[in-house]
Design a protein around this ligand. Structure first.
Ligand code: FES
Length: 148
C-alpha cells in the first residue's frame, strides 16, 4: 500500500535526448564526468561527429518515441571542426523552433547549447537547467497523444 502511495507522489522524471558533437560537447560531457561534476542523469547523450549532422527529424523522432525534451550541443560558432556546419545547425534549429511552436510544443523542450571540450561545468549547468525546465512543463507524451 505504501509503495503505491509513494509511486503516486513520485516526481516526474523527464527523459532528455542530447545530441552532442564529437569534438566539443561530447568531450565537455566527458570532462564534466572526469572532474566529477554532477549533473542530472536524465540526459541520454548521442554522439554525432558534428552538430551539423544533426537533423530536425531527430527531434521529432525522439519526441514520438517518448522523449520529453531534446538538447542539441556542439562547438561554439567559429570553432566547428567542419568549418561552418554549426551555422547550419543554428538555422535548422530556428526553423525547428517555429515548427514546434505551430504544433503547440513548448519552447523549453528543445535547447541549443554551445560547449567547448573545456566547458564541462557549463554543459552540466545547462543540462540541470533544462531538466528542471522540462520537469516543470511535465510529460510531453507526444507519441501517446498522436498514436505513434
Ligand atoms: Fe563540433 Fe561541428 S565539430 S559543431
Amino acid at each position: 500500500m505504501l509503495d503505491k502511495v509513494a509511486e503516486q507522489v513520485k516526481p516526474f522524471d523527464p527523459v532528455i535526448v542530447g545530441f552532442t558533437c564529437n569534438w566539443c560537447s561530447y568531450r565537455a560531457a566527458d570532462s564534466a564526468g572526469m572532474a566529477r561534476i554532477k549533473y542530472a542523469p536524465n540526459v541520454r547523450l548521442i554522439r554525432l561527429m558534428c552538430s551539423g549532422r544533426w537533423d530536425p527529424q531527430f527531434v521529432l523522432k525522439a519526441f514520438a518515441e517518448g522523449a520529453d525534451g531534446v538538447l542539441i550541443s556542439g562547438c561554439h560558432p567559429g570553432d566547428c571542426h567542419y568549418l561552418e556546419q554549426n551555422y547550419k545547425t543554428i538555422r535548422r534549429y530556428e526553423l525547428l523552433k517555429q515548427t514546434l511552436a505551430s504544433l503547440g510544443i513548448e519552447d523549453g523542450r528543445v535547447k541549443l547549447v554551445w560547449a567547448s571540450a573545456a566547458e564541462g561545468a557549463i554543459l552540466a549547468e545547462e543540462i540541470d537547467h533544462m531538466v528542471a525546465e522540462v520537469r516543470a512543463l511535465g510529460p510531453l507524451n507526444w507519441g501517446g497523444n498522436h498514436g505513434a
